[in-house]
Ligand binder design. Structure first.
Ligand code: SP5
Ligand code: ZN
Length: 322
């Protein structure tokens, strides 16, 4: 298991988010990645810092050029400490634009792309890319839900030039952006476990009857789960996910990995315990044993993230062959 990160995650530090007229502390903190890095280091994993060049690839393979330019220009114009919370291309109240947002988002997207290339070069070594900001809510021309560029989708698009790919999304929230990008694709399958969107963010998508369209028909699988979902129900859903993935026969698996399924997550409502992540890791290594790229998405209990990350990776490595 290789662990890749870039230092640029720290340049995006919004202070506030807004919900139902209330201004609250921004949950998607830079310290999340600090916690994961130290948890993985404590557990004995080597951390590989990747230098992402300033002039790295702009993710116009998926996102609109005007959208990317908007983000770049707004970031350059906004003073340090400022936060733009509402404008065109800003899809909700969880995705403010700050001076350092473009730098961090671009590095996060490029880390995902770099990690995908590394996996192609050496498919036997699973990779965990500590992307921040996260990506799965970001759409073609819309920043949403703490997400600016869709890191997992960018990696999947690259890998799918030569291979069939599955994205398994185990963040607490449905990845509306990722689903949308590949909704008509027969090559990239999207499978997601998440809170029932009737009661949880992003509300607008993630329903069971969204099964894909055209060539993508049958390649989109949503497994919405009830509030307080525990490990028994979670593993039952993962078993359905694994069967669907086997039917697609992917050459690569991308796991959109969120820890907001943890019982003490401050913004979510599942009932998974720290030790359950070891089981999830072991389950994935056993039942979805493809060349795998883990991409960091959500998870907001900063103090516990390091433990949860170490548990899932230890579980994975305990069962991984080769
Ligand atoms: C990547 C990711 O996990 N994005 C999640 C964005 C969802 N943010 C909305 C959370 C809504 C919280 N509602 C108020 C909770 C009060 N305790
Ligand atoms: Zn989430």
């Amino acid at each position: 298991m290789r662990v890749l990160y870039t230092r640029d995650y720290g340049s995006h530090r919004p202070k506030w988010e807004y919900y139902d007229g209330q201004k609250t502390e921004y949950a998607e903190k830079a310290e999340r990645i600090d916690s994961i890095l130290s948890g993985l280091q404590r557990a004995g994993y080597q951390l590989e810092q990747c230098a992402i060049p300033q002039n790295c690839a702009v993710p116009t393979s998926l996102h609109g050029k005007r959208y990317v330019d908007f983000l770049k220009q707004k970031c350059a114009a906004i003073p340090v400490g400022g936060e733009l919370i509402s404008s065109v291309y800003i899809g909700d109240t969880y995705s403010p634009v700050t001076h350092g947002t473009y730098k961090a988002a671009l590095a996060s997207a490029n880390l995902a792309l770099f990690a995908a290339r590394q996996l192609q070069a050496n498919p036997n070594h699973a990779i965990y890319a500590l992307c921040r900001p996260p990506g799965h809510h970001a759409e073609h021309s819309s920043m949403e839900g703490y997400c600016y560029f869709n890191n997992a989708a960018i990696a999947a698009k690259h890998l799918s030039k030569t291979a069939k790919v599955t994205i398994l999304d185990i963040d607490y929230h449905h990845g509306n952006g990722t689903q949308k990008f590949f909704y008509t694709s027969g090559k990239v399958q999207y499978v997601s476990l998440h809170i029932n969107p009737e009661i949880g963010y992003p509300y607008k998508s993630g329903y069971e009857n969204e099964r894909g369209k055209g060539r993508g028909l049958g390649k989109n699988l949503n497994l919405p789960l009830a509030k307080d979902c525990d490990i028994t129900h979670y593993l039952a859903a993962l078993t359905k996910a694994a069967a669907a993935i086997r039917a697609h026969q992917p050459e690569y698996l991308i796991v959109s990995l969120g820890y907001d399924t943890f019982v003490d997550d401050p913004i979510a409502g599942f009932d998974l315990r720290a030790e359950d992540y070891t089981q999830i890791g072991a389950f994935l290594a056993t039942n979805t044993a493809y060349p795998t790229l883990f991409i960091q998405e959500g998870g907001y209990n900063v103090g516990m993230l390091g433990t949860l990350a170490a548990n899932i990776m230890n579980g994975y490595n305990s069962k991984k062959k080769g």
